[in-house]
Ligand binder design. Structure first.
Ligand code: RNT
Ligand code: ZN
Length: 417
């Protein structure tokens, strides 16, 4: 085993790559793991209204779904033990610790997240946060922050303001910035006429929400753009262009979700443009299949291209990498582990690229040679480096992953039905 790692180190060294240094960059690059893969984006509000109001769909009913905060935390701990490197956990507002009480979205408080902060501290992870603008009766009209109904709009403004205060509180208590992502499902199924009207309402709502400023040491706002959703085919208020402009003019971070563009669009290509003008970006790593289907992420070409875009632009440290997928049809801990590990493999692959050599060949106009070097990289022993990384991080190597997930299923998940 060690032999094959040493052999890999010397093969990469010949390409001018220092594998040890690559592993230390990889290990210190945080990946934010979304809590919502554990319970199919249900949340634990006990309001009985979880499924009303739409906005998000998760399909599949594989047994063993987390039914409480305690179960979700136990599942997350298991997933954390299978994923190498520095980790954060991304929470939705609907996952607060409400102690069995009905706490509506316009009444959530920082104290509802105290037990998560303590949990995160114990588990050595940071926390990120998300406002929950879906699965609620006041989201049923298809509009939240862009609603023309003042009652609906002010309810969601209050929610967003509270989310910002909570994110600030989390970041301050954990001593690491908490990224607050805002995604709203607003839009229409069929052609909308007053598009500019809805967008003006959204702009005004955001202006109102962002009146309070918080230290970026504690919290950072991100705005997630989207093309369309099921039931919102014709018009999405918070489109890519809308948020590009809003974020640029108001110094907010953009959130790019890999499932939120036309299927033929190259997400990786967007990053170097955005990162030239924005200091940071939030990435939602996902695997869209024909639409924004949120399939479990794999180490496929588009994820590899995204990782390379970050490394090639020298902006890896400026990108908040977060996962966003949910599959209820397979073992959910397995989904987390494969999905997050795939992103980590992609970053490793990108870090092992001979960037300087490739840039030189490009500048010399040596197109064939550049292509040949990129193809050669595909044949180098990436797997041996990955295995060694997993061993050092004390997580299962590929061969042992299924066994570890199965064991937890037998020991814990099967007892839930
Ligand atoms: C929806 C967005 C959003 C959600 C999560 C649950 O299309 O991608 O990020 O998936 O907030
Ligand atoms: Zn997303």
């Amino acid at each position: 085993m060690i032999d094959s790692y040493e052999n890999a180190v010397s093969r990469y060294k010949k390409q001018g790559i220092d594998v040890e240094q690559v592993l230390s960059v990889l290990e210190s690059t945080p990946i934010s793991i979304h809590c919502w893969q554990g319970d199919d984006v249900g949340g634990f509000e006990h309001s009985g209204a979880e499924l009303e109001g739409g906005g998000i769909q998760c399909t599949g009913n594989y047994p063993g779904k987390a039914r409480s905060l305690a179960e979700l935390r136990s599942d997350l701990e298991e997933a954390l033990s299978l994923i190498p490197g520095t980790k954060k956990v991304s929470l939705h507002a609907s996952y607060g610790d409400f102690g069995g009480r009905n706490v509506d979205r316009d009444s959530i408080e920082p104290c509802h997240f105290d037990s998560w902060i303590e949990w995160a501290d114990r588990n050595g992870v940071g926390l990120d946060f998300n406002g929950t603008f879906f699965s609620h009766p006041l989201a049923a009209s298809g509009f939240t922050l862009s609603s023309k109904d003042e009652k609906v709009r002010s309810f969601w403004i209050e929610h967003e303001k509270r989310c910002r205060r909570i994110a600030d509180y989390i970041g301050e208590r954990l001593g690491k910035p908490c990224v607050l992502n805002t995604w709203i499902p607003d839009g229409t199924k069929d052609y909308a006429i007053d598009k500019i009207g809805y967008r003006k309402v959204l702009k005004d709502s955001l202006d109102e929400c962002f009146k309070t400023s918080y230290s970026p040491k504690h919290m950072k706002d991100a705005l997630e753009t989207k093309l369309f959703g099921i039931g919102v085919e014709a018009f999405t208020v918070g489109s890519h262009e809308f948020y590009m402009e809003y974020a640029a003019r108001n110094e907010k971070m953009l959130c790019l979700d890999m499932g939120h563009f036309h299927t033929g669009e190259d997400i990786s290509d967007k990053l170097s443009s955005i990162l030239l003008f924005h200091d940071e970006v939030l990435l939602h790593v996902s695997r869209p299949m024909r639409w924004d289907s949120d399939h479990v992420v794999l180490f496929n070409d588009s994820v590899r291209d995204v990782a390379q875009a970050l490394v090639f632009s020298g902006k890896l440290g400026k990108v908040n990498i977060a996962m966003d997928f949910f599959d209820g049809s397979i073992n959910r801990i397995g989904a987390w582990s494969v999905g997050v590990r795939s992103m980590s493999k992609a970053i490793l692959y990108a870090l092992l690229s001979p960037v300087n050599q490739l840039v030189n060949l490009e500048e010399e106009g040596k197109g064939f040679e550049k292509m040949a070097v990129m193809e050669k990289q595909k044949m180098l022993p990436l797997g041996a480096v990955w295995d060694e990384y997993c061993r050092r991080c004390n997580v299962p190597v590929e061969e042992d992953l299924i066994g570890a997930v199965d064991e937890y299923e037998k020991k814990v998940l099967n007892g839930r039905n």
